[in-house]
Design a protein around this ligand. Sequence first.
Ligand code: ATP
Ligand code: MG
Length: 278
Amino acid sequence: MSDDTILEVRDACVTFEKRDSVVHAVDHISLTMKRGAMLGLVGESGSGKSTLAKAIVGMQQLDSGQILIDGLSQHDRAKLKGHAKAEIVQMVFQDPYSSLNPRMSVGDAIGEVLDTYEHLSAAEREESVAELLRLVHLPADVAPKMPDQLSGGMRQRIAVAKCLAVRPKLIVTDEITSALDVSVQAVVLNLIRSLHEQLGLSMLFISHNLAAVRYICDDIAVMHHGRIVECGPAEQIVKAPTDPYTRSLVSAIPSLEDAGRDVLLEPSLDSSFAGAVR
Ligand SMILES: Nc1ncnc2c1ncn2[C@@H]1O[C@H](COP(=O)(O)OP(=O)(O)OP(=O)(O)O)[C@@H](O)[C@H]1O
Ligand SMILES: [Mg+2]
């Protein structure tokens, strides 16, 4: 694995046994991501995106194959302790409620993550929390608020801030805009894109929404029935898809092929892509 590879998935398989069938949720997937890249993973419901994401972050055991993050296998990563372990990979989930304790203020929730690997004075902690809030475009006076005082979009930004607090080398986001209103989706997508540009983060961005993936990702991998059917630069996937399944995804969004990247999230175009793939 070369030094500029952040993620390498080698012939990974995950199978689930149901009562009368076997589901090949991840079926011999191989994938490489360069450091600092923004890779989109798109595919219909049940295609195996979340199973692959969980395998990458170590929440799902592989039946066979291997996943290396920054050159380390899951076995290598399990041996790391504290800060070093927390640093490598983080996941942001669809539902920001699930990652926030309803009885803990925003500042304490982010501060708690900082405390797991840094010994900060109260003033330093407050400053770091404010800096993380600034990164996700929230004012420092959000810190004393409780999760139920925030909108869905703000909660999702807090979840991103908690994730950034451990300074991971790779961030995996799984449908982070799906539960949000269309207008708020654009705000969160713009935030993800600016974080990628500003911090040079390596990100695997998972979504049903091909327009959203195309808007923020350099490269796109298309998943269907547990396999990657096509992977390449976003423009190529959208303008000259070779796989029949990718072609059907692209043609489901009429404005996608002709629209420039930056007009995709104009409010007037929202209705043409919102949920079009789902
Ligand atoms: N824990 C599990 N036990 C049994 N089957 C599972 C489990 N997790 C996922 N599956 C099955 O594996 C397949 C892939 O599911 P997965 O959740 O990875 O798809 P997905 O692409 O993330 O779908 P969605 O877009 O709806 O989130 C599905 O058929 C699903 O029913
Ligand atoms: Mg999923």
